[in-house]
Structure formats: C-alpha cells, structure tokens
Design a protein around this ligand. Structure first.
Ligand SMILES: Cc1cc2nc3c(=O)[nH]c(=O)nc-3n(C[C@H](O)[C@H](O)[C@H](O)COP(=O)(O)OP(=O)(O)OC[C@H]3O[C@@H](n4cnc5c(N)ncnc54)[C@H](O)[C@@H]3O)c2cc1C
Length: 470
C-alpha cells in the first residue's frame, strides 16, 4: 500500500513553517537522519520533514492538517525506544523535545503536570527538592522523556514495588487527528467514571494521540534504602530465591537478575570484579530505616537458604550508586562486545523463569549467537541480549532467535513485551498474543484515527487497518 499516503510537498513545508516558525521546521539531512532511528537495531527510515512544536495548539493544527492531506505523523521523544518506532511511511516527525517544561508541581496533592519532552532524570532531580519522586526508573532515564514513557508504558528497576508508568498517569492533555485537544483524567487517585480513556492511551506508542501534557501522581522519597548484591553458583538457585522472596510477600523495591555473560561484560566495561558466579541478584528495600533494614535481613536469609554464597552490602551512598551503575550499565556493556545486538523484552510466569533462561541459551546456541540474560525478575521480565559481535552478516539469526523465544513465551502464557512496547519489531505477534480481541484494537484505531496518519506501521500493520474485514 505504498501510495496510500501523500508525500510532503513544498506547500506543506510552508504551512508548517508558518505554523511553528521556520527555526522549528527542518528538512536538513542531519535532522532527517537523527530522527530516522531509535535505539533498536536495524530500523532506519528518514522522515520527509522534522517539526519541533512549542505549544499544544501547534500540535493540534499539525494533526488536523496532516489528516486532511493524509500525511503520516510520528511523535518522538528522546528516541531511546527499543522497538523500531521510526517513520516507516516517512511523512512528518513531530519531535516533542522543545515542549519540556515542568508546568506545575502540586506538592500538597503529590502530583506534577509536565510537558511531554521533560526527561525522566531531570524531573526526578527537580522533585527531590520536595521529597517526592516518579518511581518507574527505566535504565534510560538520563535520556528518555515522560511522553515516550507514557506512550510505551515504560518501567524498569523498581516496578516490582512501585509499578509501571501506567499506575502514575492521572491525566493527559492530548491532541487527536479528528477530535482536537482533549483533557482526560482527574486529579484524584481513584475514580469510577466510565471508560478509562487515559489508561487506554498508555502504551499506544503514538498511534492514537500525541500527548501535550501529562499529569503524574508521585510518591514520597523513601526515608531509607538498603541495597545488596547476592551471588549464586546456579541460575536455578537464584530464581528459586527470587520466587521465595516474592511468594513470602517480602517488600522489595528491586529484584534484578544478571547472568554470568552479562557480569563478564559489566566487569570489563565498569571495572568491577565479581566473584566466579553463574548469577547475581541485586536486591533493594525501601522504607523507614528499621523497615528497610529488617526487610533486607529477611531477603538475605532467603538468599542464604537458597545457595547465595557471597553477599555484598552497600554500606554507603557511593557503594549503592556503584551497584546500580553496574546494573544500569549492563545493556551498554553488552553493546560494547559487538554492535549487532538485539534485545528481547519477554515477560514470563514466575514459575517458568529458569526454563526461560535455559530456553534462551539453547536458542542462542542453535543460531550460534552470543547470548546473555538480564531482567527485572521480581516481576518476571527477562531481557535476552542476542549478539553476533561485529558480524553484520548474521543479523537475520538475531531475528530468528528472538522470534523463536517470543513464540515459545506466548505458548506458555507469557507476553512478548514487558516494558518496551510493540513498535515495528513485534507487531507480527499482535494476533498471536491477543487472539480475536486484536480486532477491538483495530476498531478503536479506526475510530480515533480514520485516515491512519498517526504512526502508521507502528504496532499495527497498515494492511490490517486497510483490510476492512479485520
Ligand atoms: C540503554 C537503554 C536502556 C533502556 N532501559 C529501559 C528500561 O529499563 N525500561 C523501559 O521501559 N525501557 C527502557 N528502554 C527503552 C526506552 O528508553 C523506553 O521505551 C522509553 O520510554 C522511550 O522514551 P523516549 O522518550 O526515548 O521515546 P521515543 O523513543 O522517542 O518514542 C517511543 C514511543 O513513544 C511515542 N511518543 C513519544 N513521545 C510521545 C508523545 N508526546 N505523545 C505520544 N506518543 C509519543 C513515539 O511515537 C514512540 O512510539 C531503554 C532504552 C535504552 C537505549
């Protein structure tokens, strides 16, 4: 369906320049190229023009115009997405980086209203002054935006205690192609008010609306944190310890898993000497000084009962930061071993985590890939890094291995994405994952974006949308 959309003409560029200012519109090669990729391997699709709106009204007008002209529009935040959310049908990239203000901090009601281009770490740095924070904590926090996080339902290291971005978005101001600017949600932490459109937009990856403001609930910063690393001589012991910690209801803020190959990569990159272990768990507890300490003690007993043979305890802020920097540096460390790497983001029933890691290793072996595993195991989220080193000829094997794992995961009741989303990379699994109910998503998409101008090719195949029988 290559001719379904219109190309961007010089008249369209004139319109965009008039609307947003010529300094906020570019067709320069450098800008097209930097907006042609995200952090996923392989996706490279240059848009025809990049626009940096500065107001919500400009975003509304861009969508209205693009809808009339049938020009594709791709919203973009920090560009750190890992699912190939790139402009596959070209058109306009609406880069939200200039809409990066913290609009209002409502300390009393523990919430904040931000524009979508605010960067995660920058927001938390500001909130620290109020003793508050926005917890999801993706490893990419230094670069990803709140808009991108809401659109991907991002989470990460602390989701086991605090949940994902979904649990924190109270409302949006969002621009729709046919319905203009809408304010959605409430300022309250609970409500029962009919369909929850706010939650429906979370994870929509720019396919239904562009967020122009986001209202987030916040949490008080914990009074105290305890952080420990535990080492195991088998993956099965480590996952048994994880299962028991969760099953006993211990209040962990993070329960992170790293396998031996990942530790090897981190050790080289971060210059940390780990014991000779098959698996490492990073455990953190939050609360009052007493509660955080006692909960950590309970976790450590479980670790010891399940074969943890060495335990490091972070006794200072520096120690703690060093342990976290090892964990957050895991993906960049693996990338240092070779640039052709593909990361999977599967989510597994807790009881099948060992099997999942073994499955990943056996698939990796079958395709001759360097395979390493890491994950937010407290909630069953496994990232497998498949790599070919610098051998670009074997890229196809990365995709085959990932495909085999994804299909197996669906067959055991898991899901192909825990936090990164669908993008272009995983859209072929949508029917397998959702069954007949995938058609409901298609109907909603048709209703809100009847010309399919918002992020075509992302999450949905354009052919599925155009095929009216679907
Ligand atoms: C080193 C590294 C580590 C990572 N670690 C994690 C992790 O721990 N947890 C995790 O969840 N993810 C992680 N990611 C993936 C990525 O950082 C997240 O998906 C993040 O939420 C993307 O935010 P972004 O601002 O970069 O969005 P982008 O990559 O720019 O966009 C992502 C999606 O959001 C849409 N979007 C962006 N802004 C808007 C808007 N205003 N309105 C509507 N749609 C919008 C885009 O169209 C696209 O579909 C990691 C990535 C890297 C490179």
């Amino acid at each position: 369906m290559t001719n379904y959309f219109s190309k961007v003409s010089s008249k369209d560029i004139d319109y965009l320049e008039k609307l947003c200012g010529s300094n906020n519109v570019s067709t320069d090669e450098e800008d097209l190229v930097t907006n042609a990729i995200d952090a996923q391997l392989g996706g490279f699709h240059k848009p025809e023009v990049v626009v940096w709106p500065e107001t919500s009204e400009q975003v509304v007008e861009i969508l209205k115009y693009a809808d009339e002209k049938k020009i594709p529009v791709y919203p973009r935040g920090g560009g750190t997405g890992l699912t190939g959310t790139v402009p596959v049908h070209r058109g306009i990239v609406v880069n939200m980086k200039k809409m990066n203000k913290i609009v209002e901090i409502d300390e009393e009601n523990m919430q904040v209203r931000v524009q979508p281009g605010v960067v995660y770490d920058a927001l938390n740095k500001e909130l620290e002054r109020y003793g508050l924070f926005f917890p999801p904590d993706p490893s990419s926090g230094a670069a990803c935006t709140i808009g991108g996080m809401a659109a991907s339902n991002a989470s990460g290291l602390k989701a086991v205690k605090y949940g994902t971005t979904r649990e924190y978005v109270l409302g949006f101001e969002a621009a729709f192609p046919r319905d203009g600017l809408q304010r959605l949600g409430t300022k309250t932490f609970k409500y029962s008010l009919g369909f929850d459109v706010v939650k429906m937009l979370i994870g929509s990856q720019g396919t239904l609306a562009i967020f122009t403001e986001i209202n987030l609930r916040l949490r008080p910063l914990p009074e105290s944190m305890e952080t420990s690393a535990a080492f195991f001589s088998s993956i099965s012991d480590a996952t048994k310890a994880i299962y028991k910690i969760i099953r006993q209801g211990l209040d962990v803020a993070a329960l992170e898993f790293m396998d031996k190959p990942t530790m090897g990569a981190v050790s080289e990159f971060k210059k940390i000497e780990f014991p000779n272990a098959e698996a490492m768990l990073l455990i953190e507890t939050h609360g009052s000084k007493k509660a955080a300490y006692e909960e950590m003690e309970r976790c450590i007993s479980v670790v010891k009962e399940n074969g943890g043979f060495e335990i490091w305890h972070a006794s200072s802020k520096e120690d703690r930061e060093r342990l976290w920097s090892a964990r957050k540096g895991a993906y960049p460390s693996v990338l240092k071993l070779g640039r052709f790497t593909l990361i999977s983001d599967v989510i597994i029933p807790l009881s099948r985590l060992v099997e999942a890691v073994e499955k990943a290793y056996s698939i990796g072996k079958k395709y001759g890939l360097r395979t390493s595993c890491i994950g937010h195991f407290g909630d069953g989220n496994l990232h497998v890094n498949w790599g070919t080193g610098d051998n670009g000829e074997k890229i196809e094997s990365l995709h085959r291995a990932n495909d085999e794992l994804n299909r197996w995961v669906i067959s055991i009741g898991g899901a192909v994405s825990g936090e990164h989303g669908i993008g272009t990379e995983k859209k072929s699994y949508m029917r397998l994952q959702h069954g007949e109910s995938y058609n409901l998503m298609i109907k909603i998409k048709r209703l809100l974006d009847p010309n399919y101008i918002l992020s075509p090719g992302i999450a949905f195949d354009l052919d599925d949308l155009l095929n009216k029988s679907g």
